[in-house]
Design a protein. Structure first.
Length: 277
């Protein structure tokens, strides 16, 4: 399917590259840490059959700008609002906002800050437990490893943040042992992770701040994702009482890559039931 890349300028002048494909009601898909324009590609191919899909590369991730200084959710919220405004003007309709992992946390921040152009919100497993003071030592460890280009130490620091079980880490490493990573993408990912950790270190684990979200909301999770994600998602479901909570059997935190059609079909069903514009 044909796609088109364009630039969107945020409030502070940061240039964001956004990929756009499909025709229909607009959907903005926000990637997680270590991602980029490719992160939602498989899901987007399914959704673009009947929706206009917008895929922004977040600040800190090439080919978007990598601004100097520490990153915050305030800055990224302004970025995402700028993308939503462009999508709204292009289509004449409010957007369906979707986020995965860190991108889901950002989608919560954005919808809470300015829901005017958000028709619905769907979030998949935001790491709301990984924030605040406890992230600071891991951020410091990661930054030190980043500066000396120690990929093993960077990965160890990130595992401390994500809390991925050792057996899953080992299985992923074994599965990737014969594939050489693209050096450009690897560097983009490393830089992006650094900035994401900066934002997480300034954030809070308080879930009650999301209780004011009033747009139709879909909470998505995999039944096989490790703790504390299931406990966090259950708590979030209690915090946003009107939200629909879907847990996919046999799926994990990587479902957008392993079962993209499942994700797209769930979103499509959710949109079909959304109130008319």
């Amino acid at each position: 399917m044909n796609s088109h890349d364009q630039s969107v300028e945020s409030a502070d002048g940061t240039r964001l590259v956004v990929r756009r494909l499909g025709v229909g009601d607009p959907v903005v898909l926000v990637h997680g840490s270590g991602g980029g324009l490719h992160s939602w590609a498989a899901v987007a191919e399914h959704l673009a059959l009947d929706h206009e899909v917008w895929l922004p590369a977040r600040r800190g991730y090439g080919p978007s700008d990598v601004p100097a200084g520490a990153k915050s959710f305030r800055a990224e919220t302004a970025d995402l609002i700028a993308v939503i405004e462009v999508a709204r003007r292009s289509s004449g309709r409010p957007v369906h906002l979707v986020g995965a992992s860190y991108g889901a946390t950002l989608a919560l921040h954005t919808t809470s800050a300015d829901p005017r152009d958000v028709r619905s919100l769907a979030i998949f497993e935001p790491p709301l437990y990984a924030a605040g003071a406890e992230i600071v030592p891991l951020l410091d460890r990661y930054r030190a490893a980043f500066e000396r280009d120690d990929t093993g130490a960077m990965a160890a620091a990130l595992n401390g943040v994500t809390r991925v079980p050792a057996e899953i880490v080992a299985a992923m490493a074994a599965g990737a042992e014969n594939r050489l990573p693209d050096p450009v993408e690897s560097r983009r990912s490393a830089v992006g992770w650094l900035h994401d950790l900066e934002a997480l270190a300034q954030d809070s684990t308080d879930l009650t701040r999301w209780s004011s979200i009033a747009v139709p909301t879909l909470l998505l999770a995999g039944a096989d994702t490790w703790e504390p994600m299931p406990t966090t998602m259950n708590a979030l479901a209690r915090t946003i009482p009107a939200a629909r909570h879907v847990v996919w059997p046999g799926q994990s935190h990587f479902v957008t890559m392993t079962a993209p059609a499942l994700v797209a079909d769930e979103l499509r069903q959710f949109y079909a039931e959304a109130p008319p514009v």
